[in-house]
Design a binder for this molecule. Structure first.
Ligand code: 5GP
Length: 188
């Protein structure tokens, strides 16, 4: 997928839609680079600073935002998240496609930033299934989970603004579907 018309591959979807699993699969592709976002949310078990996110406090995040370091940023579930402009520009300059797993607010900003992109929205098969997945994951407390579920419907309502919408019913099938979209849209 390396080529002279490298672009951002924007991947969004509600919490527990399966997009993180999909992301982990896609980043293994040797010709896809990925963006490590900056966030103020606490680190989770199994995560690594600099690999999963760059974990910073709010003061540092806001200072970097004021210096214009972010290509896009948003407050999601009460925490700040942002994509570093330098990361994206560097990857594209090298001819690498760059995968971004970001929320609907961030995706909207990137559509207007003038850089080439293809956007994909991953949808859970139903809200009930999403609720189950979230409970089983068990990384959020009840309060945090309720907050996330409230935002899900609003996020799904914005799926129509994406180039492609993929329903994640069966992971293997979803991966195959996304790969064929990227082959068509992203390959030289
Ligand atoms: P989580 O905390 O579960 O890893 O991510 C929460 C939400 O933040 C997800 O919807 C994820 O896509 C979004 N997110 C992660 N990084 C960024 C980013 O750099 N910018 C924006 N706008 N959203 C992000």
């Amino acid at each position: 997928m390396s080529n002279n018309s490298a672009r951002m591959i924007i991947l969004s979807g509600p919490t527990a839609s399966g997009k993180s699993t999909l992301w982990r699969h896609l980043v293994r592709h040797p010709e896809v680079s990925f963006s490590v976002s900056v966030t103020t949310r606490p680190i989770r078990d199994g995560e690594e600073d600099g690999r999963d996110y760059r974990f910073v406090d709010e003061e540092e995040f806001l200072a970097r935002k004021d210096r214009g370091e972010f290509l896009e940023w948003a407050k999601v579930h009460g925490r700040y998240y942002g994509t570093l402009r330098a990361d994206i520009e560097e990857a594209l300059a090298k001819g690498l496609n760059v995968l971004l797993e970001i929320d609907v607010q961030g995706a909207e900003q990137l559509r207007d930033c003038g850089l080439p992109y293809v956007s994909l929205f991953v949808k859970p098969p139903s809200l009930d299934i999403l609720r189950d997945r979230l409970r089983r994951r068990g990384t959020e407390g009840e309060e945090e989970m309720a907050l996330r579920l409230k935002i899900v419907e609003e996020e799904i309502s914005r799926a129509g603004s994406y180039d492609h919408v993929v329903v994640n019913d069966d992971l293997e099938q979803t991966i195959a579907e996304v790969e064929s979209i990227l082959d068509l849209e992203v390959s030289a």
